[in-house]
Design a protein around this ligand. Sequence first.
Ligand code: AMP
Ligand code: MG
Length: 411
Amino acid sequence: MSTLLSVTKALDNLLEAFQPVDCEQVELTQAAGRVLAEDIHAGFDLPSFDNSTMDGFAFRSDDVQEASHEHPITLVVVADIPAGHPYLGVLTQGQAARIMTGAPLPAGVDAVIPIEDTDAAHQQAGEPVSLQVQVFRPVQVGDYVRSRGKDARARDLLIHCGTRLRPQEVGLLAMLGMPSVKVYRRPRLAILPTGDELTRVGDPLTPGKIYESNTYAITAQVEQAGGEAVSLGLIADRFEAVKEALDRALEVNVDVILASAGVSVGAYDFVRAAVEQGGRLSFWRVNMRPGKPLAFGSYHGTPFIGLPGNPVSAFIGFEIFVRPALLKMAGQTDWSRPKIPVVLLEKVGSDGRESYLRAVVTYRDGRAYARLTGHQDSGNLRSLIQANALLIIPNEVKCLPIGAEVQAWLL
Ligand code: AMP
Ligand code: MG
């Protein structure tokens, strides 16, 4: 129970306990940021009819093969086709239709020429169409035409189940005419900040106290990962207070109980004992820096994660362990985080644990370089806000020279 697990083993162990939560139907206006719980197939061809990509004239490309500025070809304009108004007639040789962007192509034509390449170049909005048009250059079959099904065919798989919906996916769903979509429910987490020194933000500070900041940072991290955080208020460093808060977390029906602080070996660290009285811990220390005191287990069947109290450790512990768990619960199929190789601009020391160091990464000649952002105390949140990356110093490495290459997570 007290063995020091590697980060990889601890994460594997933890992720096994999490499964995707149930699904719900949400209106498309509420779908951004949610994770799809169904595959999305095109219900019809996209676009669903041949249409013009330009404001111009549609005709048979054969008719204008000899056209030039010096010798324009004159066509008879038989129709005016605004967007949204199909023309039901058929055009024949020598005929043209004025056509606007997105308007359906009439039968009988095979190309469009932009208005700029005709003698109607200077037409104003609202101007009636002239009886003839002079075309100044040739076009080929299909020019300036978006043909039916060019983007997608009916039944094509367009968006995979497990995709987090970005604005562009939401737009595509609307294009397919879907008013609502099936997504995974947002995972709910209870946050339990423990510590006698903690003061609610907004209240006056008294000697020896600090503002409770972890709940704020963690709530933001939870929301960014697509979850919902329920704050259970400040919890004193007493066994009974912690126990009572854990029970309240069960009552508010959450998918995970997330505690901050009180999981280490301090004389007033009661979180582990309280969890074990109503559940079990699989581990409570991880071979990493910062954030060695990181606990995982369950309380009356609900997964429990105990993050370290130090703000930087809590943040990094969240990124390494809680975010992947949350993404897995949220139905995402990929929760890995891209790493990039960076070259050290300064010598870096470690104590042999897998270390996550705050750094600024800059780019020069296609390579990324990194420098630490000041001292790496796990309480120094300032150095985290100055950082744009976390350097990952592997297990058992104690010193890396200038010029060494390491992996980094971009923040
Ligand atoms: P602990 O894990 O209880 O040993 O706490 C480690 C450090 O984190 C101590 O300096 C605490 O004061 C600090 N700390 C604990 N919880 C919080 C919190 N919620 N917000 C800010 N700092 C905290
Ligand atoms: Mg404490």
